[in-house]
Design a binder for this molecule. Structure first.
Ligand code: CP
Length: 340
């Protein structure tokens, strides 16, 4: 049984097929690819785009989505094995995943890090537990990566450049300041998919503290070896932006301070000038700007950048609907619905 946990688990041919299907779903909104099928959307964290686009996407393809928020409108779930469940959790993932599998055809999971211990969070244990115990395919709706966002981002770039071939494009993933230390998921994903598509990728961040986890740098290097392109880490704003075709922004907390955010805050606060503004965009090759959203205006990017015709963030957000239809349609036939 196939899951959609990371794009790195899928071949380039499979990803290209998903993107082609997504483009088709964008042209033909309604269909019956999910007729009689259902998906449980399990949200441990808030969402606007992901929830809306999954629910609507299932509906438009003849299916049905059910949103569950453990600890809010569903029982809190235990993930530890062999634990005496005399605390706050009410049922174990072993039961949750298998029971859902008796009702629905797909399970989507959003589970952000706890922001206490990166060595624990980097195991992605909630998503993996769903995948381990589920009898139906599991979709990552953002944990420590965000593969649905990756596909939506790539589709928006392909549309903008008028070609499915993004090789040779100069791509800058820039860190930006934010008052809170945020998840690295979208940054990990941007690095992964931009290198997978063979672009010349620069990871621009203020210092070594803000370099991403070695797993994702490793994936990026593997992708460069396979797809061509390049990977550069830079702390220099001007040279990173120079000649860029794509600027993708995201804020994230420095991994060496994970769970010890007090000392990280004054360091992070030195780098507010990483904001994406018109002066930086003027250094690019008439480049496009995008962001996964939500975005704090005039913190991560200025009003002028967000309101510019070069901003494709809204296209990318729309594409979440189309790519997720493609993912759901691809996965829904790949299991027989029985417990193993
Ligand atoms: N980009 C994204 O996942 O948006 P939401 O957090 O609103 O779902």
């Amino acid at each position: 049984m196939k899951h959609f946990l990371n794009t790195q688990d899928w071949s380039r041919t499979e990803l290209d097929a998903l993107l082609a299907d997504a483009a088709r779903f964008k042209r033909e909104k309604a269909g019956d690819a999910l007729k009689g099928k259902s998906i449980a959307l399990v949200f441990f964290n808030p969402s606007m785009r992901t929830r809306t686009s999954f629910e609507l996407g299932a509906f438009q393809l003849g299916g049905h989505a059910i949103v569950l928020q453990p600890g809010k409108d569903a029982w809190p779930i235990e993930f530890n094995l062999g634990t005496v469940m005399d605390g706050d959790t009410e049922e174990h993932i072993k039961e949750v995943a298998r029971v859902l599998g008796r009702y629905v055809d797909l399970i989507g999971v959003r589970a952000f890090p706890k922001f206490v211990d990166w060595q624990h969070d980097r195991q992605d244990s909630v998503l993996k537990a769903f995948a381990d115990y589920s009898t139906v395919p599991v979709i990552n709706m953002e944990t420590i990566t965000h593969p649905c966002q990756e596909l939506a981002h790539v589709l928006a770039l392909q549309e903008h450049f008028g070609s499915s071939d993004l090789r040779g494009r100069k791509y800058v993933l820039t860190w930006t300041w934010h008052p809170k230390p945020l998840n690295t998921a979208v940054a990990n994903s941007a690095l992964t998919i931009a290198t997978r598509m063979g672009m010349d990728v620069t990871l621009l961040c203020p210092s070594e503290d803000y370099i991403l986890d070695p797993r994702y740098l490793g994936w990026a290097r593997d992708n460069v070896a396979e797809s061509g392109g390049s990977l550069t880490v830079s702390h220099d704003i001007v040279s990173a932006y120079a000649g860029a075709d794509v600027v993708y922004a995201k804020s994230w907390g420095a991994l060496p301070y994970f769970g010890n955010w007090g000392p990280e805050k004054p360091i992070r606060d030195q780098f507010k000038h990483f904001i994406v503004d018109e002066a930086k965009m003027a250094l690019t090759n008439n480049g496009v700007f995008s962001h996964c959203l939500p975005l704090r205006r005039n913190v991560k990017a200025t009003d002028a950048v967000m309101d510019s015709p070069r901003c494709i963030a809204i296209d990318e957000a729309e594409n979440r609907l189309h790519v997720q239809k493609a993912v759901m349609a691809a996965l829904v036939g790949s299991h027989d619905g029985r417990d193993s």
